[in-house]
Design a protein around this ligand. Structure first.
Ligand SMILES: Cc1cc2nc3c(=O)[nH]c(=O)nc-3n(C[C@H](O)[C@H](O)[C@H](O)COP(=O)(O)OP(=O)(O)OC[C@H]3O[C@@H](n4cnc5c(N)ncnc54)[C@H](O)[C@@H]3O)c2cc1C
Length: 545
């Protein structure tokens, strides 16, 4: 593992992460898993004890699994199941059923308490001997050099220190110091609503909440009533134009509003009350030289789709493999350029969706409310009919296979599915658990049989899994352990065959963040696909080919 920069000057760590919220924690784990030395500065001496995010999706569950904590996170979460929107009369405007597994193979929608998640993430991050977490230390100054960045850290005890790192990632939240240093502009959609957030632990833990998650689209008081993870409930009440924050944000108001659900200080604990201003904005640049930002430091959105933290975790998955290739010298640092372009387009989709939902939920004008209810009631609760069409989230321009006119080829830039597979050893499970994570070349039939030595060497350099996909009933052992390093798996639930049929690929390259780099419609196209991948990565092959 490198101890110094390529110029030979010593550094204290490979990556300095500023901020130890869920985003900084996840990035720390993903980098430490690759063997890098990560130092974290967190200005608070103690973890933030109050819940914020309560929902994450199947894609994020897959990232947590890749971070080695899939089961631990599942143990502090619960599938969210149904989510209904009702109008003022209690009639169903929208009905979502999120009980099943999502595209990524994990439950589509999960409820949790953020402090519990952060405890799981911290325990995992701090289990690596190369990770140093310095709580009570704040990043206060930053100087970039050709080969490193020096960060001045100030301690709560009045101490001060300079830490040298090859890269710095600001995961330092909405008021990011690192973003300020980048000097980037912000695009702000001008969406500002204040909401009172109440986190409640009802004493009666057997009480049934039906629907389990509910949005009350009542112009008199738009209200959210959802799970806060095992044992907890979350209420959110919109501030009305005639109210002040002070009138809303106090215990008396909290209990008055909760009385509708027959909750009182005698039968429930109010963990906290606070008012958040929901906003929709993103930084225009997420990187300058050796300094990068991720998570709330780079973007903010209203929580109506439960995607704020999720988006930050996606940033980590996108950034970690790039930093790995750059820090190990397998790719030049131009690879970091497309982090912003890919993630920014994706985040704008998430922000757009959250704002769309917010615009529907936050309505107070009676005429607009009547028009909304009419449309939604006619659609009989079907979101695909009632809501404006939202384009699927796709990465912006970046490390993606493109057509001659520069457009993504096929489903390049979209999230890949994860199905159940069976290995030669007879292990059945989700693909990542059976095969491992990282770059994947997955092909069916004979499509990946004739890869030449040089391409194999480059795939090995990337640590890629080259996997032959077999039908569900195939004898995997017969074709596995090929001398050329190809693995084989049976497509137990047929998910990959169905997907490849639908997108018209015979082979596909999936990136470590689970997004599709590109596909080949025949075996003959596979060499060109791989050549495009290595070229776009700027892969520096160090092994003999
Ligand atoms: C009411 C509410 C509901 C939400 N619901 C959801 C949801 O259901 N699903 C979802 O995905 N998201 C949700 N979110 C959003 C989610 O909570 C945030 O997106 C997430 O916490 C961001 O994580 P982060 O690590 O980027 O930033 P943070 O969690 O804010 O962490 C940043 C850390 O950086 C530290 N720091 C700041 N400056 C410095 C410095 N100079 N030096 C050192 N340390 C520093 C801070 O102390 C902090 O610990 C919700 C948010 C709110 C407010």
């Amino acid at each position: 593992m490198p101890e110094a920069t390529p110029a030979g000057r010593p550094v204290d760590c490979d990556v300095l992460v500023v901020g130890y919220g869920p985003v900084g924690q996840t990035l720390t784990i993903l980098l430490a898993q690759c063997g890098y030395r990560v130092t974290v500065l967190e200005r608070k001496a103690e973890p933030y004890p109050r819940p914020r995010a309560v929902h994450y999706d199947d894609e994020i569950a897959r990232v947590f699994a890749a971070a080695g904590i899939g089961d631990q996170v599942a143990a502090i979460s619960m599938p969210s199941g149904e989510y209904d929107w009702q109008n003022a009369d209690g009639r169903t405007l929208l009905h979502f059923d999120w009980g099943a597994a999502g595209l990524s193979g994990w439950p589509a929608s999960n409820m949790f308490a953020q402090p519990r998640l952060e405890a799981v993430l911290a325990a995992r991050a701090e289990s690596f001997p190369t990770v140093r977490v310095r709580r009570g230390w704040q990043a206060a100054g930053l100087t970039e050099h050709d080969d490193r960045v020096e960060v001045t850290a100030t301690g709560l005890d009045g101490g001060s220190e300079v830490i040298a790192a090859r890269y710095v990632v600001g995961c330092d939240g909405a008021n990011s110091f690192v973003r300020e240093w980048l000097g980037t502009g912000l695009t702000d959609l001008g969406f500002f609503y204040d909401w009172l957030i109440l986190d409640v632990v009802p004493h009666d833990q057997e009480r049934e909440w039906k629907p389990f998650n509910l949005q009350i689209c009542d112009p008199v008081r738009p209200t959210t009533v959802v799970s806060g993870g095992p044992g907890r409930r979350r209420w959110e009440f919109m501030r009305l134009p005639h109210e002040t924050i002070e009138q809303l944000n106090n215990e008396e108001t909290a209990w008055r509003l909760l009385a509708r659900w027959e909750l009182t200080p005698d039968n429930a604990d109010l963990e906290r009350h606070t008012v958040y201003t929901f906003q929709a904005r993103w930084a225009d640049a997420w990187r300058r030289g050796r300094v990068v930002i991720a998570g709330d430091a780079a973007h903010l959105m209203p929580p109506f789709a439960g995607q704020g933290m999720c988006s930050g975790i996606r940033d980590c998955a996108n950034l970690a493999w790039r930093l790995d290739l750059v820090l190990s010298g397998r790719a030049g640092d131009a690879l970091l350029d497309t982090y912003t372009s890919e993630r920014s387009a994706h985040i704008q989709n998430a922000i757009g969706m959250s704002v769309e939902l917010g615009n529907v939920i936050c309505l107070t004008d009676p005429a607009a409310v009547a028009a909304r209810d009419e449309v939604m009631l006619k659609a009989e609760g079907r979101p695909e009919v009632a809501l404006p069409p939202i384009p699927p989230p796709v990465l912006g321009p970046g490390v993606l296979s493109v057509t001659a006119d520069g457009a993504p080829f096929g489903v390049a830039g979209q999230l890949s599915p994860q199905g159940l597979v069976r290995s030669a050893a007879g292990t059945t499970g989700l693909f990542d658990q059976v095969t491992g994570t990282g770059f994947v070349l997955l092909g069916r039939g004979e499509s990946i049989k004739n890869i030449d030595e040089s391409a194999r060497a480059s795939l090995a350099e990337l640590g890629a899994h080259v996997v032959r996909l077999l039908p569900a009933d195939a004898e995997v052992a017969d074709v596995a352990e090929a001398a050329d390093g190809t693995e084989a798996v049976a497509d137990v639930d047929g998910r990959y065959q169905q997907w490849l049929d639908a997108v018209g690929y015979e082979a596909v390259v999936i990136r470590p963040d689970f997004y599709v780099f590109g596909g080949a419609t025949s075996a003959a196209e596979v060499p060109a696909l791989l050549g495009e991948l290595f070229g776009q990565l700027g892969l520096v092959t160090t092994t003999a080919s």
